[in-house]
Design a protein around this ligand. Structure first.
Ligand SMILES: Cc1cc2nc3c(=O)[nH]c(=O)nc-3n(C[C@H](O)[C@H](O)[C@H](O)COP(=O)(O)OP(=O)(O)OC[C@H]3O[C@@H](n4cnc5c(N)ncnc54)[C@H](O)[C@@H]3O)c2cc1C
Length: 486
């Protein structure tokens, strides 16, 4: 797959050694490798000398050893559903291979008494959810890409999703890890301990490291008791300015039963309903803003949701609502939520933020972000949705214009900068749950105080001195400007 224009080609000897090590099922090249070198929406694409598919931790370690000897970089890949271009090679980068974990897809053990599951990194998230349900337990990780995203990818991006409100993000689910280090050694940290104060908690380094420090091969993950019931209310927001009042009411009425609070704009609902005929309109009221509020618990959750609706309606926080009255209705609401990804529903130049904000600032941030963007380019559309119960807003801006036109391109850059600065002014982060990948390097570098970035770079240099693991990700090109010292 490597062509002369790809920069330095990987040594033929390395490729031959890898093929011999892994056997015919263990590697792909040519057209078979094409899906592994482009990201989920086809926005990023980069060359790889080979796609390797090891079947065991030992094979991963041997691949790393061979690559290290030949100076070939490694791009670890799970389900390739990441949204920042982290799992594919960078165009024009060092010679590299893609290391897919897809064949390491076994659940090693599941222990309902310990409330743990041990699985290989290539295990699909939904497979673990289903295995947990079979032993009457709940696996916390859940989001729209559950059928393709893999455990190692979730850990490496510290993924969030729709259950963070109840269980926390991926980091909070990990009890132990097995990792192949950049020097080819295997670190077996597969402990199932809730408490361990015996020094540095090294597993934390690899969670959210996006494959830049090591290759996660297996993990011990927490399980949770399965709620006997879950019920969701779809509601039209009466006064968007008081969204957080509604959230606070949902928390105080639901208490620990509140398990999801998602914001959905009417515009995306209409697009999703038009695209997916199987989806049913939840209520006739067509509001600009809607929320999905889910309670999980015992028999009393329906009464609690009714109470929430009554109080919220009386206060003018909601104008209309529907409670899912059957499993089919419940499923319809969450499928609707899964299908509102703007990148799938809309075309054109999109500027996007996976913003993390102090929870009470979401509405003010959104209003100001739109004003800042319009001041730069008046003709644009703004759409926001997401896990607002976690302070996580997925914001997209579509400026109308022609990409490639220098004035338009410069305006787009200014909008990105202006909104990033607003995120930082609110004490937020430009990456709440999607990671940095290749796409967000420059923005994250501007966000982090130099001392923080320096500590990250020192850890990277210590563990991966030859920069062989996932080059061009998180840190980006060395020339990227840093934030001035405080
Ligand atoms: C429709 C849709 C909805 C989504 N919704 C959400 C959401 O709600 N919340 C959310 O957080 N994300 C969401 N995502 C993003 C994505 O699913 C997550 O980032 C997920 O964690 C990626 O898992 P993956 O297996 O596909 O990883 P990949 O995309 O393959 O890889 C992601 C990163 O992890 C690295 N990596 C992968 N496996 C390993 C490993 N074993 N060891 C070391 N490094 C590794 C890769 O090099 C890359 O840097 C969504 C994506 C889609 C397409």
């Amino acid at each position: 797959m490597t062509t002369p224009s790809d920069g330095r080609a990987a040594p033929v000897a390395a490729v031959e050694e890898l093929k011999a090590l892994l056997g015919p099922r263990g590697w792909l090249e040519g057209d078979d490798a094409a899906p592994f070198v482009a990201d989920v929406f086809g926005h990023r694409r980069g060359p790889a000398a080979l796609v390797v598919r090891p079947a065991s931790t030992r094979e991963v370690a041997s691949v790393v050893t061979i690559c290290r000897r030949h100076g070939v970089a490694i791009v670890p890949q799970g389900g390739n559903t990441g949204l920042c271009g982290g799992a594919v090679p960078v165009a024009g980068g060092a010679p590299c291979i893609v290391l897919s974990l897809a064949r390491m897809n076994r659940i090693v053990s599941i222990d309902p008494l310990r409330f743990t599951v041990t699985a290989e990194a290539g295990c699909i998230v939904q497979t673990i959810q289903e295995a947990a349900a079979e032993v009457d337990r709940s696996f916390a990780l859940d989001w729209g890409a559950r059928g393709s995203a893999m455990l190692g990818g979730a850990i490496s991006t510290n993924a969030g999703g729709i259950n963070v409100l109840r269980f926390g993000n991926t980091r909070e689910q990990v009890l132990g890890l097995e990792v192949v280090l950049p020097d080819g050694r295997i670190w077996n940290g597969l402990r199932a301990l809730r408490k361990d104060s015996s020094g540095y908690d090294l597993k934390q380094l690899f969670i959210g490291a996006e494959g830049t420090l090591g290759i996660v091969t297996r993990a011990v993950m927490r399980l949770h008791p399965r709620a006997p019931r879950e019920q969701t209310m779809f509601a039209s927001v009466g006064d968007f300015g008081r969204l957080m009042e509604l959230f606070a009411l949902a928390r105080s009425v639901g208490d620990a039963h509140l398990s999801a609070f998602e914001l959905i704009p009417g515009r995306l609902i209409e697009l999703a309903l038009a695209r997916h005929r199987r989806l049913v309109r939840p209520i006739e009221t067509r509001a600009e803003w809607n929320v999905l509020v889910r309670f999980s618990g015992g028999d009393d959750i329906a009464d609690l949701l009714e109470r929430l609706f009554a109080e919220a309606f009386e206060r003018g926080l909601l104008t209309d609502a529907a409670l899912a009255g059957s499993l089919a209705q419940e499923r319809n609401l969450w499928e609707l939520r899964d299908e509102i990804t703007p990148m799938r529903l809309m075309t054109g130049k999109m500027l996007k933020w996976d913003a993390s904000l102090p929870i009470d600032c979401i509405v003010a941030f959104l209003t100001e972000a739109e004003a800042r963007a319009r001041a730069i380019h008046a003709d644009l559309e703004v759409i926001a949705f997401g896990h607002v119960g976690d302070g996580n807003l997925h914001l997209s801006i579509w400026p109308d214009g022609t990409p490639g036109d220098p004035v338009f391109d410069r305006r787009c850059e200014h909008i990105v900068r202006a909104v990033d600065e607003l995120v930082w002014a609110y004490g937020g982060s430009v990456s709440a749950e999607h990671g940095v990948g290749a796409d967000q390097c420059a923005r994250v570098r501007q966000q982090k105080p130099p001392i923080e970035f320096e500590m990250m770079a020192k850890i990277k240099a210590l563990l991966d001195p030859d920069a062989l693991l996932n080059p061009g990700k998180i840190f980006g090109p060395a020339s990227a400007p840093a934030r001035p010292a405080d």
